[in-house]
Design a protein around this ligand. Structure first.
Ligand SMILES: Nc1ncnc2c1ncn2[C@@H]1O[C@H](COP(=O)(O)OP(=O)(O)OP(=O)(O)O)[C@@H](O)[C@H]1O
Ligand SMILES: [Mg+2]
Length: 331
């Protein structure tokens, strides 16, 4: 099992759309067994993958097992929850740990525990790492996250093996990579101090305390593309200028800085503006590449659906490849 966080410190860049569609592609086409954890209190991934009737049942009754059910016992000092329940999204073909707006209530507890350190601080900080020890039946566990650098996201990133960086093609996204790099270094340093300060690490009851988060790759998003004379899909000029700055920014901030291996192709792919396919996909609660006439696809849309399949195919191939290379280096 490999755990992968989809994260950037910028809102609305298409993280949730990428995470859910890539998970669906890897499950449907590559036959990977995937658990998607909706770790964003906005619960957008859950809303995207389940119909209104299911959402009503989940959230009106408040009895469904959600990420809050998993996190709450620990925040109350009751230890890790013993069993987790997941819900299958039939259209996306993945299991989901449902999101919950009440997860936001945990943010303060995690933050104060992080500041106070000690056994309790380490236990709550490693909440998602402990959760992952019970997910070994999956090939991949994906985390959809909100855009903040808050304590929930810190706990997710500390737990995961890798992260994928979705980037919108604007100057703010480039700046966000510097922020992420700075914070990752700072968190690692603070965590090191906290672990060294423990008189007996076994009291945390966590076997695996290694911080091993590494960049798996990035995905360019939110730009307009057109076909050039050769028929190749390219970003229009204004976006191309920003896009051309991205590799260097990533190299400088997240690769060299974090001592990542050189020579790996970190660009997993590019997703241009898919226009009306996105609301259609949201209305039907289906991956974009699975949309059919019954979902409102007509005329030129069919070609766009086919193109979106090819886009996710390319991203999935690089994703699997990089995971293999980076994994071998760890072994
Ligand atoms: N490839 C795309 N083409 C067109 N619209 C898109 C695309 N990807 C995402 N969107 C739209 O952009 C908006 C933001 O997308 P999404 O919710 O996936 O972003 P996010 O990064 O997860 O946001 P947040 O930071 O709030 O979690 C949504 O309205 C979505 O419909
Ligand atoms: Mg989101």
């Amino acid at each position: 099992m490999k755990s992968i966080a989809f994260f950037t410190n910028k809102g609305g860049v298409g993280k949730t759309t990428l995470t859910c569609n890539l998970a669906a592609y890897l499950s449907e086409v590559d036959r990977k067994k995937i658990l998607l954890v909706d770790a964003d209190p906005q619960t957008n991934a859950t809303q995207y993958m389940f119909k209104d009737s299911v959402l009503k049942e989940i959230y009106d009754k408040k009895s469904a097992f959600t990420i809050y059910s998993m996190a709450r016992p620990l925040s109350q000092g009751k230890g890790f929850s013993a069993d987790n329940e997941f819900r299958n999204s039939t259209n996306f073909k993945v299991d989901v740990l449902l999101g919950d707006p009440r997860l936001a209530l945990i943010e303060d507890t995690l933050a104060s525990d992080w500041n106070s350190g000690g056994v309790r601080g380490v236990r709550t900080t490693y909440m998602f790492r402990e959760f992952l020890t019970k997910c070994n039946e999956y090939d991949y566990v994906f985390f959809d996250m909100g855009p903040s650098l808050g304590s929930i996201n810190r706990a997710v990133l500390i737990a995961c093996d890798y992260f994928v960086l979705p980037l919108s093609m604007d100057i703010f996204s480039i700046r966000a990579t510097e922020n992420i790099s700075t914070w990752l270094r700072e968190w690692r340093r603070r965590l090191d101090l906290q672990l060294k300060g423990l008189p007996d690490a076994s009291e945390t009851e966590i076997d695996d305390l290694e911080f091993r988060l590494r960049l798996l790759g990035y995905v360019n998003q939110q730009y307009t593309a057109k076909r050039d004379a050769t028929g190749e899909r390219r970003a229009v000029k204004a976006y191309e200028k920003i896009m051309s700055q991205v590799p260097q920014a990533i190299e400088k901030t997240l690769i060299q800085d974090q001592l990542e291996p050189q020579g790996l192709e970190y660009l997993l792919g590019s997703i241009p503006n898919l226009h009306s396919l996105i609301p259609m996909s949201q209305n039907s609660r289906k991956p974009v590449f699975d949309l059919k006439a019954a979902d409102g696809i007509v005329g030129a849309h069919f070609m766009k659906v086919k193109e979106s399949f090819e886009i996710f195919e390319g991203i999935a191939d690089k994703f699997n490849y990089n995971l293999g290379v980076l994994n071998d280096q760890v072994a």
